[in-house]
Design a protein around this ligand. Sequence first.
Ligand SMILES: *[C@@H]1O[C@H](CO)[C@@H](O)[C@H](O)[C@H]1NC(C)=O
Ligand SMILES: *[C@@H]1O[C@H](CO)[C@@H](O)[C@H](O)[C@H]1NC(C)=O
Ligand SMILES: *[C@@H]1O[C@H](CO)[C@@H](O)[C@H](O)[C@H]1NC(C)=O
Ligand SMILES: *[C@@H]1O[C@H](CO)[C@@H](O)[C@H](O)[C@H]1NC(C)=O
Ligand SMILES: *[C@@H]1O[C@H](CO)[C@@H](O)[C@H](O)[C@H]1NC(C)=O
Ligand SMILES: *[C@@H]1O[C@H](CO)[C@@H](O)[C@H](O)[C@H]1NC(C)=O
Ligand SMILES: *[C@@H]1O[C@H](CO)[C@@H](O)[C@H](O)[C@H]1NC(C)=O
Ligand SMILES: *[C@@H]1O[C@H](CO)[C@@H](O)[C@H](O)[C@H]1NC(C)=O
Ligand SMILES: *[C@@H]1O[C@H](CO)[C@@H](O)[C@H](O)[C@H]1NC(C)=O
Ligand SMILES: *[C@@H]1O[C@H](CO)[C@@H](O)[C@H](O)[C@H]1NC(C)=O
Ligand SMILES: *[C@@H]1O[C@H](CO)[C@@H](O)[C@H](O)[C@H]1NC(C)=O
Ligand SMILES: *[C@@H]1O[C@H](CO)[C@@H](O)[C@H](O)[C@H]1NC(C)=O
Length: 757
Amino acid sequence: MSRLQHLLELMCSVLIFAELISGNNDDMEVLIELKGFLQAHNQINRGAYDGWLESEASPCNWQGVGCDMNGRVSSLDLSSSSISGPFFGNFSGLKSLIHLDLSDNSIIGELPVDLNRCLGLKHLNLSYNLIGGVLNISSLTKLRTLDVSRNRFEGGIGMNFLATCDELTILNISSNNLRGNIVGLLDNCSWLEYVDLSLNHFTGQVTQGIASLIQFNAAENALTGSIALDMFPEGCKLLFLDLSSNYLFGNLPNSIANCSSLTYLSLSGNGFDGQIPPGIGVIPGLQKLILGSNNFAREMPFSLMNCTALKYLDISNNGFGGEVQGFFGKLESLTHLILHSNNYTDGIVSSGILRLPKLIMLDLSLNRFFGKLPTEVAIMTSIKYLVLAENNFSGQIPPVYGQIAQLQILDLSYNHLSGGVPADIGNLSSLLVLMLAGNQLSGEIPKEIGNCTSLLWLNLAENKLSGQIPPEIAGVGRDPSPTFARNQKDAAQLEIGTRKCLSVMRWIPLGYPGFNYVESEMSWKDCRSLEDRILKGYGIVTPPSVQPCIILGYVRFSGNLLSGQIPPMISAMRNFNLLLLDDNLLAGVLPSEISQMSLVVLNISRNIISGEIPSEIGQMVLLETLDMSFNNFSNELPSSLNQLYKLSKFNVSYNSLLSGNVPSTGQLSTFDEQSFLGDPLLSLHFIDHGPCLESNNDELSTEGTEKDPAKEEAMVLIISFIVFFFATIAIREHDSFMYVYYTMKCRCASAKIFAEL
Ligand SMILES: *[C@@H]1O[C@H](CO)[C@@H](O)[C@H](O)[C@H]1NC(C)=O
Ligand SMILES: *[C@@H]1O[C@H](CO)[C@@H](O)[C@H](O)[C@H]1NC(C)=O
Ligand SMILES: *[C@@H]1O[C@H](CO)[C@@H](O)[C@H](O)[C@H]1NC(C)=O
Ligand SMILES: *[C@@H]1O[C@H](CO)[C@@H](O)[C@H](O)[C@H]1NC(C)=O
Ligand SMILES: *[C@@H]1O[C@H](CO)[C@@H](O)[C@H](O)[C@H]1NC(C)=O
Ligand SMILES: *[C@@H]1O[C@H](CO)[C@@H](O)[C@H](O)[C@H]1NC(C)=O
Ligand SMILES: *[C@@H]1O[C@H](CO)[C@@H](O)[C@H](O)[C@H]1NC(C)=O
Ligand SMILES: *[C@@H]1O[C@H](CO)[C@@H](O)[C@H](O)[C@H]1NC(C)=O
Ligand SMILES: *[C@@H]1O[C@H](CO)[C@@H](O)[C@H](O)[C@H]1NC(C)=O
Ligand SMILES: *[C@@H]1O[C@H](CO)[C@@H](O)[C@H](O)[C@H]1NC(C)=O
Ligand SMILES: *[C@@H]1O[C@H](CO)[C@@H](O)[C@H](O)[C@H]1NC(C)=O
Ligand SMILES: *[C@@H]1O[C@H](CO)[C@@H](O)[C@H](O)[C@H]1NC(C)=O
C-alpha cells in the first residue's frame, strides 16, 4: 500500500467519522425538538421521553430510541407514553428511521405531510390514537408493517394508498372510518400475509387474492356478493378468515376444504344459505367455527364430526331446530358451544353435549326447549357459563345445580320455572352472575345466597318471591377477587358468540347509569372485550390499558312480593352500586345505614315503606338516580338531599304524607314537578311557571328568579344541543368517551370503597 493510499484512506475515515458524528447530532437535535414538542403538549402525564438527557453524547441509550451500526437513530418507540396533542411534524429529520411506533397514545389531528418524507420507514405503528383525516402515506414504499388500527382515518383509500405496497407483509387498518371498494386494492401487494380491514365501511366483493394470505379479516364492513368457488384454490394458505357482519350471501363453496390450514373461520352475520359445506369436515386443525346469524339449511353435514380439533362452535341464529344434533356430543375438544336463537326443542341430554369433557360455555338460550331443566348438568366437569334463558323450561331449579363448584354464570331467566330458589345455590362460591328473572319462582330468598362471595350481578326480578330479604345478603359479592384472579390467569375464555351481545345485554341493567351506553350499537369486537373485562374484574372500561377498575355490581329484586323491612345489614354489602328493590311489598322504615353503600342507583319505588326519609341519604354523593315514589314516607323531605350533586333522576312522587319545602336552589331545584306529584304537603318553591304561578307566593317572586323565560328557553335549547352533541360523540366514539367517563367514575367509586375499608 502506498503512502498516498494510506493518507486517502485516513482522510476517508475521518470524513466518514465526521459525517457520523454530525449525523448523530442532527438526530439528537430532532429528538430534542421532539422532546420539547411533546413536553409542550403534555404538561402533566409524560412518558419516558421526559427523561432524555441532552447532556449525553448520543441519544442511542435514551429510552425508546434505537440506533443502527452507524450510530444513527433507526427506531423510535413512543408507544403507551401518554402523548396527547398533534403529530410531530419533523420525523423526517431522522434520516435513518426504519421503525416508528406511536401506538396507544391520544395523538389527534391529521398526519403531517412530513411523514411521507420518512422514506426509509419499514415499520409504522400508529394504532390506538385519535388521528383523523385522509390516510396518505403513498411515498412510504418500503413499508413492511403498517398498523393504523383504532384511529379516525376517513375517506377512501384508493390506488395511491396501496400502489406502493411492494414490501408490505402486515396491513392493519381496522377500526377507522375508511371507505372504498376493496376489489383490486391488494393486487400488487405480493408479500402480504396479514390483512385486517375490519370495522370500516369498505364495499365491493371478496376477491381471489385472499387465499394467498395467512390472515384476512374484513369483519364489519359492507362487502357484498357471494363467494365464488375459485376463491379457495388448491394451496390456499389461510389460517384465519373473518368475513363476519357484511352483506355476503349465497352458498359457502365446498372448496373451503382447500384451505386446510384454517384454524379460525367466521362468517357470522351475513346472508349465507344452503348447506354448511361438508368440506369443512376435512380441515383438520379447525378450532373456531362461527357461522351464526345466517340462513344455513337445517341439515348439518355429518363430516363436521371429523373436526376433532374444534373448540368453539357457534351456529346461533340460523333456524336450526328439532333435536340438538347428535354429533355435537362427539366433538370432544369443544369448549364453547353456542346454539342460541334457533328452534331447537329437544335433545340436550340425548345429544351427549352435557358429557363433553372440556365444555366451558353452553348457550342454549332463545330456543324452544321445554320440560324440566336437565339435572345431568351437575356432572359437567368444566362448565363455567351455563345459559338456558328464554326457553320454555318449567318445574323447579334442581338443587344439584349447587354442585357445580366452578360455575361463574348461571342464566335461567325468562322461562317458566317455579318452586323456590334452592339453598344449594349458596355453594356456588365462583358465581359472578345469577340471572333468574322472569320466572314464577316463589318462597323466600335463601339466606345461603350470602355464601356466594363472588356474586356481583344478581337478578331475581319479576318472580313471586316473598318473605324478607335475608340479612345474610350482606355477604353476596363480598370478595370476588379469587374468581377474578383465576380468570385473569386463564386466557380469554368467555366468548358469548356472534353479534349482538345478546347474553350480556340480558345481564346488564340497561338504561341505568354506568350501563346505558351498552345499548348503543356495539361492535362484535367491543362486545367480546366487554365480556372479557367483566369476567376478569376490570370493569367495563375500554380500552384495557390504564387502571383496572371495579365492576359495578347490582342487585335487582324488582317485581316480587318481598315484604318486611329492608335489613340494615344491607349496608355491609361491598362492590354494589345499583340496588333495585322497586315494586315489592317492603315495609317499615328505610334503614339509615343504607347510606353507607356506594350506590349510584337506588330504586325503592312502589313499596309501602314509611317513616321519614333518613337524612343520611344526603351522604350518598355518588347517587345519580333515586326513586322513592309510591311509598308511605312521611315527615319532612330532608334538606340534605340537596347535596346529591350528581343526582339526575329523582322521584318522591305519591308519598302523600311527605311535607316540607323543596329548596329553590341546589340540586333538588333542578327537578320539575314530575318528581313531586301527589305530595300535597310538599311546597314547591322552585319552578318559574310564568303565568301559572299563583300570586300568593310572595317568597317566590322576591326570591327572585328574575328569570327571563325566553332566555331560559334558549338555555334549555343550548343545553339540549350540548347533551345531544356529547351523546352523539359518546355513541360514535364510545371507546374513548366512555373510557374517560368510567375512569373518572371508577376513581370516585374506588376511592369511596377504599375510604370505607
Ligand atoms: C420542523 O423543522 C422545521 C425546519 O425544518 C422548523 O421550521 C419547524 O419549526 C420544526 N418543528 C415542527 C414541529 O414542525
Ligand atoms: C401496534 O401496537 C399495538 C399497541 O401497542 C400492538 O398491540 C400491535 O401488536 C402493534 N402492531 C403490530 C403490527 O405490531
Ligand atoms: C398524498 O401525499 C402526496 C405527497 O405528500 C401528494 O403528492 C398526494 O397528492 C397526496 N394524495 C392525496 C390523495 O392526498
Ligand atoms: C399494480 O401495478 C401495476 C404496474 O405497476 C399498475 O399498472 C397498477 O395500476 C397497480 N394496481 C393497483 C391496484 O395499484
Ligand atoms: C393489527 O393486525 C396485525 C396483523 O394481524 C396484528 O399483528 C396487530 O397486532 C394488529 N394490531 C392491533 C392494534 O391489534
Ligand atoms: C381445490 O381447488 C381446486 C382448484 O384449484 C378445485 O378443483 C378443487 O375442487 C378444490 N377442492 C375442493 C375440495 O373443493
Ligand atoms: C371422517 O374421516 C374419516 C377418515 O379421514 C373418513 O373415513 C370418514 O368418512 C369421515 N367421516 C365423515 C362423516 O365424513
Ligand atoms: C322458528 O320457527 C318458527 C315457526 O316454526 C318461525 O316463525 C321462526 O322464525 C323460527 N325461528 C328461527 C330463529 O328460525
Ligand atoms: C310452554 O310450556 C307451557 C307448559 O309448560 C305451554 O302451555 C306453553 O304453550 C309453552 N309455550 C311455548 C311458547 O311453547
Ligand atoms: C351444599 O353444601 C352443603 C354444606 O356444605 C351440603 O350439605 C350440600 O349437600 C351441598 N349441596 C350440593 C348440591 O352440593
Ligand atoms: C352458608 O350460609 C349459611 C347460612 O347463612 C351458614 O350457616 C354457613 O356457615 C355458610 N356456609 C359456608 C360454607 O360459608
Ligand atoms: C323505579 O321502579 C319503578 C317501578 O318498577 C319504575 O316504574 C321506575 O321507572 C323506576 N325508576 C327509575 C328512575 O328507573
